[in-house]
Design a protein around this ligand. Structure first.
Ligand code: MSP
Length: 482
């Protein structure tokens, strides 16, 4: 049955060039989107940038640039990383929250709904604000007076704002999460958010005085205030579909989302504030939120100070975008934190791609080119791509990208062993028909591997399929040894 799937990544803060954490979220979302397309679902895949943040304004100032041109240059570095020649992220839309035509009407229409529900009220706020988090924090979150995540002292704010009556929705959100109407995956993250809900959600300050922030969506009916960045950012998931605009066809077609893919640090915004806003507006909640862990390097958080930051672009220059996609899928657990070092990357590249997959393709296609005549030797029955990918559906359906990639790796090893055991290149000289039969079996196996690899390595999968169709070894090794 044809299903619709609206898949989203978080919108990224464009205060600096994208890092490997961004590349991870985008890549796993892309793998899931490609997989859903391969099984015949109608997919709409959204990504983009969260521009209305003080972080950007500050970074621009530090770079001695105006915010607009600074944003344009960072946004192009995200688009470049996501482009076909690099990570090949097959998004249908890249939203920019500075876009007054695309995003603002939806963000403002949603605000209006919260007002109509009686959930926005005026109050004064006094407390701490961490620009790094773009969130209000408390004394107990601090270590030595600083936010431990951003190593920065928070700002002390005392201002008159609008508040969102989030507390009203605690029990309803809890009910929806407990019953899996809003499914939080994996279970450990579901428990984490339920524990938080146990304490009750507090109302949130939902706006900032316009003269205190440099960027932001104006609050409807009160230009002296701008929307709080998370209120505006979360709205991107529906504004992108045309919510609040004349043409809301996509919204009608694709909302509620099938899955929001996010990292663990932004769970409470997505499983607390966001469902609260939707409930207040009378809109359906997303079906699932998939929460991945963090990428560390050498067991430590990547940081400039530690000098362990791995730049996705540098890896791509050296090894290619497909190799980066492969590593992220195969060697990082989607459910927990995962580690990468330049050394582990190189080892995995050589073992799994140069010696593993690349070598298998060369060996099989060399034999095929010399001894296999596709027209005369019957191929084994292979399923259509849809059926083949569907067979492993369970793993990708459960977001277990790593288990799926392991399974494909296992298939590569299995066919390697088959070559060693049967030595068809020798057999074909003694018993031509028997040798050719095994070669045909190997070509079939390769064809299935290519189909299975399609969501993870789309370009490599196409190259393998082309080689099979041409019955010819690829001109260049797919993954040269490094
Ligand atoms: N702008 C907000 C999201 C708004 S969504 C309505 C934001 N942006 S972010 O740029 O800081 O992070 C974007 C995504 O990258 C998040 O899912 C975050 O978890 C992920 N990552 C950031 N660093 C990461 C790692 N080191 N490892 C894996 N992912 C991490 O939050």
């Amino acid at each position: 049955m044809l299903k619709r799937a609206y898949i989203t990544t978080p919108i990224f803060y464009p205060n600096a060039r994208p890092h490997l954490g961004h590349a991870y979220t985008a890549t796993i979302a892309d793998i899931l989107a490609r997989y859903r397309r391969a099984v015949g679902d109608e997919v709409y895949f959204l990504t983009g940038v969260d521009e209305n943040t003080e972080k950007v304004a500050r970074a621009a100032r530090a770079a001695g640039q105006e915010t607009g041109p600074y944003l344009d240059s960072v946004v192009s570095s995200f688009k470049d990383l996501f482009s076909e020649k690099k990570l090949n992220i097959s998004y249908d839309q890249f939203i920019r929250t500075s876009d007054e035509k695309v995003h603002w009407p939806g963000a403002q229409a949603l605000w209006q709904k919260l007002v109509e529900a009686g959930d926005i009220y005026h109050a004064s706020y006094e407390g701490l604000y961490c620009v790094g988090h773009e969130a209000f924090i408390t004394e107990k979150d601090l270590v030595d007076g600083k936010c431990p995540d951003h190593n920065e002292a928070p700002e002390h704010l005392k201002e008159s704002n609008y508040f969102f009556r989030l507390s009203k929705y605690t029990s309803e959100i809890k009910k929806r999460i407990e019953s899996n109407e809003l499914e939080i995956i994996p279970a450990a993250r579901k428990n984490e958010i339920l524990a938080l809900l146990e304490h009750g959600l507090q109302d949130v300050s939902f706006s900032r005085p316009a003269d205190k922030v440099s960027v932001g969506v104006p609050v409807p009916g009160d230009t002296s205030q701008k929307m709080y960045v998370w209120c505006d950012a979360l709205a991107n998931y529906i504004s992108a579909l045309g919510y609040g605009r004349t043409d809301d066809t996509l919204f009608k077609k694709f909302w509620p989302s099938d899955v929001h893919i996010i990292g663990k640090d932004i769970l409470r915004f997505h499983a607390g504030i966001w469902p609260g806003m939707l409930l207040s507006a009378g809109l359906p909640l997303p079906k699932k939120i998939f929460v991945h862990g963090f990428i560390t390097s050498g067991g430590k958080k990547m940081s400039k100070t530690l000098g362990n930051v791995i730049d996705p672009d540098a890896l791509i220059v050296e090894y290619g975008g497909e190799a980066v996609r492969y590593f992220l899928a195969r060697h990082i657990s989607p459910f927990e934190d995962g580690d990468i070092t330049l050394e582990s990357f190189k080892n995995a590249y050589n073992a799994d791609l140069a010696n593993g997959l690349g070598n298998l393709v060369s060996r099989v296609m060399k034999m095929a080119q010399e001894h296999h005549h596709p027209a005369s030797v019957p191929m084994f029955e292979v399923g259509t791509p849809t059926e083949s990918v569907g067979a492993e559906e369970g793993m990708l359906k459960d977001f277990n990208i790593q288990a799926y990639a392991e399974y494909v790796s296992g298939e590569i090893t299995r066919f390697d062993k088959r070559i060693q055991e049967t030595e068809p290149f020798k057999l074909v000289k003694k018993d031509k028909a028997a040798g050719q039969k095994i070669i045909a079996e190997l070509v079939n196996g390769l064809s299935r591997i290519a189909e299975l690899l399609q969501p993870i390595l789309p370009a490599t999968s196409a190259k393998i399929q082309d080689a099979i169709t041409a019955n010819k070894m690829p001109d260049q090794p797919l993954f040269p040894r490094k």
